[in-house]
Ligand binder design. Structure first.
Ligand SMILES: [Zn+2]
Length: 565
């Protein structure tokens, strides 16, 4: 998993949550109506034995930590498909259990300094120290030569907010310089045009590169700033100077910018000064609606580096339980089967077994499949999707969502399971991305039936919503549940919960200590699984199509995909 936030905040607000009333526009229903028409909550019979057996098997040393493209992958595929079949599922990919996911590893080598010339004085940035760059184009060499430079503020094009930093601009072949985060990140509340301090997708670095590519830019450079980035330059440097992992595209990434990168704040100031501009003034202007991009007149950017490329094949694993009444409408359960493989040894153990992360979530797929089989198929089909390469950047889910076996326009929604809770049952659940979609109403009904309290995520500024597999679907319009146990444990309350979370993070998270034997309590996992079942079952029993709330960044994608349906 990419860190799931635990909370101590007691912010339970079950009524009047933004998200219900203005948000059922397809039927014109009110909040109360939207809740009233939801199907009943059904809780399952779950097999603890299955959850334990599958977790134990997948996290055993024989699987070598389940790294993509290794023997551990072969064993995972063989075992999981046999478990899916035994649970009564059918192969999910046109008679096959797997979907091929071609992966590319790309490493920048021999990078030159990044040079800005043509201004009052040349500005030179040293690789790693002052700037980093990499390419999503799978080609042996990347070269930017004398490319015009344009400051595009936050680099956002958000039609639903009437905000476009690229208005009237042609950046083809140019280098765009972009601010990190989104325009209202300094607002203390989580309200505002871009949800205040809560990060929106428009604030993520990945979005900024995607938009720059859509605009035809040759290069996109983000100005690092520790507070709005939420991490220091050391993190930027370590994550961007080594090997980058991509899911291979048919066009080899031809629709991407040639180079993406980050530059240090003080160097950005120098660059702007060389063009006769004041960085601080322009940064302030960029936070206001109607901001117009500013060309750094006369300044040209140049850099080059080689790309070392290697390819390997991995797989998503897919099973389906066909629906009784509307089999061509789909509800997804997703969990990543991969983990880190062999890793830095601790006490001579170099296998990162990934028992909690995410053998438990993968075992949950099998456990849920059995429960559905027992209860009988619902109206809509249930797809059980174990994705690869989450740990390298959500690549398996991204590949599936870009090449869906079942059309996304026919996919109602889903539940993502990434690292179940090993700390025992909790009195609360944390919802990441609460207030974004109509799924909130479903969850409120489930929480009430299960007698658990819903709490908001404690650090929305960190953008956790954009860091797990459900995001690959969300950004294409498919709403996903993303919740899990909070820290207020039935036994010991928040003190015990905090301690347990810290202990896991310190001693087992992404380390060889994340082993089966270290899991002491399975009751919290079963409690979460009950909720995941209830959520999927409701989606599979209703005939409605939940959408993102009015004004949400993903609503347009859903509307477009459901157009004419
Ligand atoms: Zn992980």
């Amino acid at each position: 998993m990419l860190r799931f936030p635990r909370t101590t905040a007691a912010l339970a607000v079950l009524l009047g949550v933004a998200g219900c009333n203005a948000d059922a526009p397809t039927t014109g229903a009110t909040a109360a109506d939207a809740v009233a028409v939801l199907p009943d909550v059904q809780f399952p019979e779950l097999s603890l034995q299955t959850l334990q057996d599958v977790t134990k098997e997948l996290s055993s040393d024989a699987y070598e930590g389940r790294a993509p493209g290794t023997k551990g992958e072969e064993k995972t595929i063989a075992y999981l498909t046999s478990q899916f079949a035994a649970a009564g599922l059918k192969p999910g990919n046109n008679g096959q259990w797997t979907q091929e996911v071609p992966l590319v590893e790309i490493t920048a080598k021999n990078a030159t300094p990044l040079r800005f010339t043509g201004g009052k004085a040349p500005v030179t940035l040293q690789y790693a120290k002052d700037y980093v760059a990499f390419s999503y184009r799978v080609q042996p060499k990347t070269e930017i030569k004398d490319s015009d430079v344009v400051f595009v503020g936050y680099g956002i094009n958000a039609p639903e907010k009437g905000w476009n930093d690229y208005t009237g601009l042609d950046v083809k072949g140019k280098t765009v310089v972009i601010l990190v985060n989104d325009p209202d990140w300094q607002t203390p509340e989580t309200k505002g045009e871009f949800n205040g301090r809560a990060m929106t997708y428009y604030g993520r670095w990945s979005y900024k590169y995607e938009e720059a590519a859509r605009q035809g830019a040759a290069a996109a450079l983000i100005v690092h700033d520790t507070e709005p980035a939420a991490y220091g330059w050391n993190v930027v440097e370590s994550s961007n100077t080594g090997t980058q992992y991509l899911a291979e595209k048919k066009d080899g990434g031809a629709d991407q910018t040639a180079a993406n990168g980050w530059i240090q704040l003080d160097k950005a100031k120098e660059l702007f000064a060389s063009a006769g501009q004041d960085f601080d003034k322009l940064r302030e202007a960029a936070g206001k609606k109607g901001f117009k991009a500013v060309p750094l007149n006369g300044v040209k950017a140049s850099l080059s580096f080689d790309n070392q490329i290697s390819k390997k094949l991995s797989h998503n694993i897919i099973g389906i339980l066909p629906g009784k009444k509307r089999p061509d409408e789909y509800v997804l359960y997703t969990a990543h089967w991969d983990h880190l493989g062999r890793c830095t040894p601790v006490n001579g153990d170099d296998i990162c077994n990934g028992a909690v992360d995410n053998a438990t979530g993968t075992a949950a797929l099998v456990t849920l499949a059995q429960a559905y089989q027992k209860a009988g198929a619902p109206d809509r089909s249930i797809v059980f999707l174990a994705v690869t390469a989450e740990e390298s950047g959500l690549l398996g889910s991204e590949y599936y969502a870009a090449n869906p076996v079942f059309p996304l326009a026919q996919t109602v929604g889903g539940v993502n399971m990434d690292a179940l809770n090993p700390n025992g049952p909790a009195k609360d659940i944390v919802v990441v991305g609460r207030g974004k979609s109509q799924l909130d109403a479903y969850l409120e009904k489930i929480a009430k039936a299960a007698k658990v309290t819903i709490v908001d995520e404690p650090t929305p500024e960190k953008g956790f919503y954009y860091r797990s597999d459900h995001f690959s679907f969300a950004k294409r319009g498919v709403p996903f549940f993303n919740f899990g146990a909070g820290e207020d444990l039935v036994a010991g309350g928040t003190d015990a919960g905090k301690k347990a979370a810290e202990d896991y993070e310190k001693n087992r998270y992404h380390a060889p200590g994340d082993e089966y034997a270290a899991i002491k309590n399975w009751d919290g996992m079963l409690a979460d699984l009950r909720l995941y079942y209830a959520a999927g079952r409701m989606l599979a029993s209703t005939d409605s199509w939940p959408n993102w709330n009015e004004g949400d960044e993903f609503r347009a994608a859903r509307d477009k995909s459901r157009e004419g349906k």
